[in-house]
Design a protein around this ligand. Structure first.
Ligand code: UDP
Ligand code: MG
Length: 324
């Protein structure tokens, strides 16, 4: 019987976990004659009842063969899922969130594709419920930028961490980690299939990612694929600076020419001065925003460099298996 690992990072999820475990068990039940599933919950330093709940469920759901990897503090889901990959022993590994945004009912279809010989099966969402304009725009820009600066294989749009990877790909990732799973997974093979779904909202509990958090993940991805994180900021900043300097030069020239060669009413001169000042103010504001953005990017980059330099053996973890 082929062994398949399900890796689930969890952080303060005691509200939704009972639903998730029930649904996962239901979806895997009809596959259990063909596959041996191990379900690795990586408890990412939860401060609620997540850990106790998981301990209780090791006996409650024997078919899931629950393994708990208990981290000593909160490291973030990327570190947590990588810890899960280290512990996994399946011939295929499926990473998924526990808030039911990644539906367990998709697993059967993923396994079918894997059996056909694909090494990666991405869960591709055709629709994401209740996504605001900013989040869509942010997403679009994220993938456009990252795919422009990535050499080699492209990172697919509308695919999160929910995907199946063959053991070969997981081993490749563990040997060549860069910290961002979706980037690593995209680079681990080109034998890729897809299953599609509609991404629902989280069933219970709260999302952990704030706008700042998303911003950090974005920057972290760029760092992970590029040796120089500013190579993508720099051309934009430089273009803007050149445009700003040219605009100001044109403005001053125009002003000098007008006052030298035209005799104008005071009202017209006041208008010209007013419009020039307004233009300058706009340029200065844009400049300020860009500078703040660059400084913030730089600070986050420094922070992240520290965080990403976590060595596997610096992470304190305990592995609790339900059975010997
Ligand atoms: N998660 C984690 N550590 C964290 C934050 C989140 O392990 O510090 C887990 C969380 O429990 C969930 C998954 O990562 O299983 C995705 O989190 P969430 O649903 O909050 O993210 P979103 O769907 O908003 O991207
Ligand atoms: Mg979620």
């Amino acid at each position: 019987m082929k062994k398949v690992s399900i890796v689930v990072p969890v952080y303060n999820e005691d509200e939704v976990l009972p639903l998730f475990v029930t649904e996962l068990d239901r979806s895997l039940r009809r596959l259990k004659d063909e596959y041996y599933f191990e379900t690795i919950f990586v408890n990412d330093g939860s401060t609620d009842d997540t850990y106790d709940f998981l301990l209780g469920e090791q006996k409650g759901y024997p078919d899931l063969h629950i393994v708990i990897v208990n981290l000593d503090k909160n490291y973030g889901d990327e570190v947590a899922l990588h810890e899960g990959l280290h512990v996994s022993t399946g011939k295929a590994v499926i990473v998924m969130d526990c808030d039911l945004q990644d539906p367990p009912s998709l697993i059967a279809g993923m396994l079918d594709k894997w059996e056909e010989g694909y090494e990666a099966v991405n869960a591709h969402y055709t629709k994401r419920k209740k996504d605001g304009v900013f989040s869509r725009l942010g997403n679009f820009m994220y993938y456009r930028t990252i795919n422009r600066i990535t050499k080699g294989r492209q990172i697919p749009l509308h695919v999160g961490n929910f995907r199946l990877l063959d053991r070969e790909c997981v081993d490749y990732i563990l040997e060549h980690p860069n910290g961002i799973y979706r980037v690593e997974a995209a680079h681990s093979t080109n034998r890729i299939a897809e299953v599609s779904y509609v991404r629902e909202e989280r069933k219970r509990g709260k999302d952990h990612y704030t706008t700042r958090g998303m911003f950090r993940i974005g920057i972290e991805s760029f760092i992970s694929v590029s040796s120089s994180p500013f190579q993508w900021v720099f051309p934009y900043a430089l273009t803007f600076t050149i445009i700003a300097i040219l605009a100001m030069a044109a403005e001053i020239t125009l002003f000098v020419l007008i006052t030298l060669f035209f005799i104008m009413s005071e009202v017209a001169i006041a208008w010209i001065i007013g419009v020039s000042i307004a233009l300058d103010v706009i340029l200065i504001i844009i400049f300020g925003v860009l500078t703040t953005l660059c400084t913030a990017t730089h600070n986050i980059y420094l922070d992240l460099n520290k965080e990403m330099s976590f060595k596997e053996d610096e992470i304190v973890k305990e592995i609790i298996k339900g059975e010997k």
